[in-house]
Design a protein around this ligand. Structure first.
Ligand SMILES: [Zn+2]
Length: 208
């Protein structure tokens, strides 16, 4: 696997970017990781970086994007925050990754059994955590209205996906830069759920 250069990055379309992530996750799931010389990659990327994707995922210790998508140094921007919620700082980081550095894909990645989602569903109060849980809780009334008799586990499951979809909407509606790039076909924004037990990422193809 070659270290990404500007030229290689330019040749990757948004759809090919998604395929690269899918292929990387398939290698991870099948324990067929590329044998990279990371020290050499450190050297090759020391003057600049040309990642093809921005991955916004949870801080959960089991969901490291570089590992679960089998990526090397300089391949992806990895933005991590509890519950993979979107705020201004994260939007700014995604804008930098795409507009300034040329990434082609933004993936908002949730995961099964997410503590932040559970905290939002159970309305856990802890210090500054409400800044995160309140963002996640926006999707709960809609889910409860559509499915009034869900068990807590099922509610968490649905909220995990809805929270990812909400994240995609936040990115598009709060950033004119990203919305414009999507409109022009320069980038694509997709969602996914990482399964903690299988290691598999389920992608949502349809953009909201
Ligand atoms: Zn989580």
């Amino acid at each position: 696997m070659k270290t990404l250069t500007k030229n290689l990055q330019d040749q990757i379309s948004p759809l090919q970017g998604i395929e690269l992530l899918k292929a990387g996750n398939e290698r991870f799931v099948n324990n067929l990781k590329f044998n990279r010389n990371l020290l050499q990659q450190a050297n090759e990327t020391s003057d600049g970086q040309h990642p093809f994707a921005v991955i916004i995922s949870c801080m959960d210790s089991r969901t490291s994007a570089e590992i679960v998508f089998d990526q090397g140094l300089g391949d992806i921007f990895s933005i991590r925050i509890a519950g993979n919620v979107i705020n201004e700082d994260i939007i700014g980081s995604a804008e930098f990754g795409c507009k300034a550095v040329g990434a082609k894909v933004i993936l908002v990645l949730g995961h099964t059994n997410c503590g932040a989602i559970k905290g939002a569903v159970k309305n856990v109060e802890l210090g500054h955590l409400h800044f995160i849980t309140h963002k996640i809780q926006r999707c709960l009334p809609r889910i409860k209205q559509e499915h009034p008799h869900l068990h807590e586990d099922e509610l968490c499951q649905k909220a995990t996906k809805e929270n990812v979809l909400q994240g995609i909407i936040d990115l598009k509606y709060k950033s004119t830069i990203l919305a414009d790039m999507v409109y022009k076909g320069e980038i694509t924004i997709v969602g996914g759920i990482y399964d903690l037990s299988s290691g598999l990422v389920e992608f949502f193809e349809a953009e909201t």
